[in-house]
Design a protein around this ligand. Structure first.
Ligand SMILES: Nc1ncnc2c1ncn2[C@@H]1O[C@H](COP(=O)(O)OP(=O)(O)O)[C@@H](O)[C@H]1O
Ligand SMILES: [Mg+2]
Length: 372
């Protein structure tokens, strides 16, 4: 089934990913209907229709589903009962089963390993005895994580010595937890992959991600790594999209190890912060791809016409640069319309394009934005 212009795409979640998806939907003549607990959030500001309600409000979910033609997400942690209700009323892409896997680090890692894809070593941790046994096997340092509801490094703790275990175990919730071997990675990369309803799979070029205080700070596209490695990362992302029977776009985060191997860290079945560079460096962005896929339309090209550096604008400090960013020719600025610039909150992002092959070297990356 492919949707005709005028159709309504329901998007669960009201943040910046929903905002940019709604804009992509509008470009194709669709109307976006946002379901979000927050009135006048980033997505609601640019959407044709809004339902403001809690994600657990079954009556509101039912009304929303009745009012739209297809349902997708920019927020993954919708309660399972709500997902089941939505799926009983309208097509939901990606499927609730994919959300179930990606919402839970244990199911996610099991799926990846069963698919033959390598991850950091990991062990499920149910109690403190289990934790001691787990780090006896995995060794230290290691990272202890919640299996659910983690984002931007929240819900995880680094264990450097056995004494760190008790506090970490007590603080992290909900249980169970998962202990992962610490990867002394050479780089973090991500691949945005999309699969259409007909099984067509396309992938954008892998990008390198650099974090600051556990929040994505910079994305470099393409990742400045050997072409064989990038090809392998792309192939792994395609396998994931295929195995999941994905419809929509999905971000695959990977570690590049010191020896040039790839480990999958996590997957997110939605547009992803590390794919924002596609808005400006490609004719069709990750959001265009996502809307096309969920609307049952053919997927366009993932061609990159430029190289790009994307920087997140996080919290009041980065937002204070806004006037200077606007005054700097060549910076492509994106504001998410959030009223309140709390510390650590993603307020917008800015992209600078470079001719293909022209990304600045390591020395120039820090100054790549050259905000005047
Ligand atoms: N096993 C690990 N080894 C080394 N660094 C890690 C490991 N797990 C997570 N990290 C670091 O923490 C960041 C956030 O972890 P991640 O599992 O992606 O959770 P989320 O993005 O949901 O907060 C990663 O991007 C990486 O920089
Ligand atoms: Mg992550």
């Amino acid at each position: 089934m492919s949707l005709a212009p005028g159709s309504v795409i329901g998007i669960i979640g009201g943040g910046q990913l929903g905002r940019m998806s709604a804009i992509a939907a509008a470009r194709l003549g669709f109307a976006a209907h946002i379901f979000s607990p927050e009135a006048e959030g980033p997505a609601s500001q640019v959407a044709a229709f809004n339902t403001i309600a809690d994600y657990a409000d079954q009556a509101a979910l039912r009304r929303f589903a009745t009012a739209v033609d297809v349902i997708t997400f920019e927020f993954e942690n919708v309660p399972t009962e709500g997902l089941a209700l939505l799926a009983s009323l309208k097509p939901v892409h990606p499927s609730p089963e994919i959300l179930r896997v990606s919402q839970d680090r244990l199911l996610e890692k099991r799926f990846l390993n069963d698919t033959g894809l390598p991850t950091a070593p990991w062990i499920e941790v149910l109690d403190e005895t289990g934790l001691a046994a787990a780090f006896a096997t995995i060794g230290l340092p290691a990272v202890l994580k919640t299996t659910r509801l983690g984002y931007d490094g929240k819900g995880q703790a680094m264990l450097r010595q056995p004494a760190d275990a008790a506090i970490a175990f007590a603080t992290l919730a909900p249980k169970p937890l998962v202990l992962e071997g610490f990867v002394d990675y050479a780089a973090e990369i991500s691949v945005m992959v999309a699969r259409g309803a007909d099984g067509q799979i396309v992938a954008f070029d892998p990008a390198e991600n650099r974090h600051k205080h556990h929040i994505l700070d910079l994305t470099l596209a393409p990742a400045p790594l050997p072409p064989e490695l990038l090809a392998e990362a792309g192939a792994m992302a395609r396998i994931i999209a295929d195995k999941l029977g994905l419809v929509g776009v999905l971000g695959v985060e990977m570690f590049v190890t010191a020896t040039g191997g790839l480990l999958v860290n996590e997957i997110a079945p939605r547009p992803h912060n590390s794919g924002h560079w596609t808005l400006d460096a490609c004719p069709f962005s990750q959001f265009d791809m996502h809307i096309r896929a969920v609307a049952g339309l053919p997927l366009p090209l993932t061609t990159r016409h430029s190289d790009a550096v994307m920087k997140n604008l996080v919290g009041p400090e980065d937002l204070a640069l806004w006037p200077r960013i606007l005054g700097t020719p060549g910076l492509i600025a994106h504001h998410y319309g959030k009223k309140d610039a709390r510390p650590g909150r993603k307020m917008g992002h800015v992209t600078r394009l470079f001719p293909k092959g022209g990304l600045p070297g390591e020395f120039g990356i820090a100054d790549a934005l050259n905000i005047e």
